[in-house]
Design a protein. Structure first.
Length: 356
C-alpha cells in the first residue's frame, strides 16, 4: 500500500515537472521568435540592411548611413514596438482576470479612445501642434500629455462608479465600452468644428505609428512598464486565486478590492503611456492573452510573461508588415491590429461567453 502511494506521488511530481518544462520551453521559443522578428524588422525597409551590417553598426564599424538608419530610425521603432506590445498584452491579461470578463482589454475599456480625445483636444482647442512638411507633429509632448490625461479620465470615472455605485466587475466592462463611445463622439464633435489642417492632424495622430517614438520616449515607456510588470508577477498567485471566484479568493485571504483597484490602475497607466506616445493601437490586449491562454492555460505564473513576449511579437510583426507590404508607403499599424482583433472579438461574442 505504501509503495503504491509513493509511486502515485512520484507520478504526480513527474507530471507537474513535465507541465512546467513545456511551459518554459514554449516561453523560450517565444523569446527566440521575438529575437528573429527584431532582426528582420531592423533589416526590412526601403533601405535593405543585412545582418552583417547590423553587427558592424553595433560595434561601431558600420557604414555611416546604415548606422544612422539602424540607431536613429529602426532601433527606437523596434524597441517602441516591443515595449508597447508587452504593456498592452499584459494590461489586457490582468484586466481579463480582475474583471473576470474575456472581453476586457485596454481598447474595450475606453482607454485608447480617451487618449484619442485628449490628443484631439490639444490639437484643436489648444492648437498644440499641426503636421509639418515631414509628417511629424510639432510640439508633440503637449499632445502626449493631454492624450495621457484623457485616457485616465475615463478609467477614473469607471473606478469611481465601481467604488461608490457598487458596479460589479462585469458591469465595469460595459461602462468602459460606454466611455469609449462617449470619447469617440466627443472627438467627432471637435473635428466637426475644426479647420481642415487640424482635422488632418488628429487623424494622423490616431493612426498608431511606432515610427514617431524617439529614444527619450522609449526610455519613458520602459521606466513605466518594467515596475508594473514586476508588480503583476509578484501578485501572479493572487490572480490565480481570483480566477476561482470572489468568495473563494476572500476566504483564502486575498484582498480582492485592493487587488482589482491596483491592477486596473497599473494596467491603465502603462497602456495610456504607450498610447500617448504611439497613438491608438487596438486589440493587442485582447488577442495576445486569449491566444496564449489556449497554449499555456490560465496559470498566471506563465500566462503573464508569455503574453508579454507574444504581445511584443504580435505588434512588432504587424508593424514590420505595415512597412513592407506596400513600399514605399507605410500603413498605420492600427489597421493591421484591428484586422486581427475584430474577428477574435466577434468569435468571443458568438461563443456566447458568460458576461454576467
Amino acid at each position: 500500500m505504501g509503495k503504491n502511494k509513493t509511486a502515485h506521488k512520484d507520478d504526480v511530481i513527474g507530471q507537474y515537472a513535465r507541465y512546467k518544462r513545456r511551459k518554459i520551453l514554449f516561453g523560450l521559443f517565444l523569446v527566440i521568435a521575438l529575437f528573429a522578428v527584431v532582426v528582420y524588422s531592423i533589416c526590412a525597409g526601403s533601405v535593405k540592411v543585412g545582418t552583417g551590417q547590423i553587427i558592424n553598426a553595433l560595434v561601431g564599424n558600420g557604414n555611416k548611413m546604415h548606422e544612422v538608419i539602424i540607431w536613429n530610425i529602426r532601433f527606437p521603432r523596434v524597441l517602441a514596438g516591443i515595449i508597447a506590445g508587452m504593456s498592452l498584452a499584459v494590461a489586457g491579461c490582468v484586466m481579463q482576470c480582475v474583471l473576470r470578463n474575456p472581453l476586457a482589454s485596454p481598447f474595450t475599456m475606453g482607454i485608447s479612445q480617451g487618449a484619442g480625445f485628449g490628443a484631439a483636444f490639444a490639437l484643436i482647442v489648444l492648437n498644440a501642434g499641426n503636421i509639418n512638411s515631414s509628417g511629424i507633429l510639432n510640439n508633440p509632448y503637449t499632445v502626449v500629455l493631454f492624450a495621457f490625461l484623457g485616457s485616465l479620465i475615463g478609467i477614473f470615472m469607471i473606478l469611481v462608479l465601481a467604488k461608490f455605485a457598487g458596479l460589479s466587475a462585469q458591469a465595469m466592462v460595459l461602462a468602459g465600452i460606454a466611455m469609449g463611445t462617449l470619447f469617440n463622439a466627443a472627438t467627432m464633435l471637435l473635428q466637426y468644428f475644426a479647420e481642415d489642417i487640424k482635422v488632418a492632424s488628429v487623424i494622423f495622430w490616431t493612426f498608431g505609428d511606432m515610427g514617431r517614438a524617439s529614444r527619450t520616449d522609449v526610455w519613458i515607456m520602459l521606466l513605466v512598464t518594467v515596475p508594473a510588470l514586476i508588480y503583476f508577477m509578484l501578485n501572479r498567485r493572487e490572480y490565480n486565486v481570483l480566477e476561482g471566484g470572489e468568495e473563494t479568493a476572500k476566504a483564502l485571504g486575498v484582498h480582492t478590492e485592493r487587488l482589482r483597484l491596483i491592477g486596473m490602475l497599473l494596467a491603465c497607466f502603462i497602456t495610456s503611456v504607450s498610447v500617448a506616445f504611439l497613438g491608438i493601437i487596438g486589440f493587442i490586449g485582447l488577442v495576445a492573452p486569449h491566444m496564449m491562454r489556449r497554449v499555456v492555460g490560465g496559470d498566471h505564473r506563465y500566462l503573464i510573461p508569455v503574453s508579454a513576449v507574444f504581445g511584443s511579437v504580435l505588434l512588432l510583426s504587424a508593424d514590420t508588415i505595415s512597412r513592407t507590404i506596400m513600399p514605399p508607403a507605410v500603413l498605420p499599424v492600427g489597421i493591421l491590429t484591428a484586422f486581427m482583433g475584430v474577428p477574435l472579438f466577434m468569435y468571443l461574442i458568438l461563443k456566447k461567453r458568460k458576461l454576467y
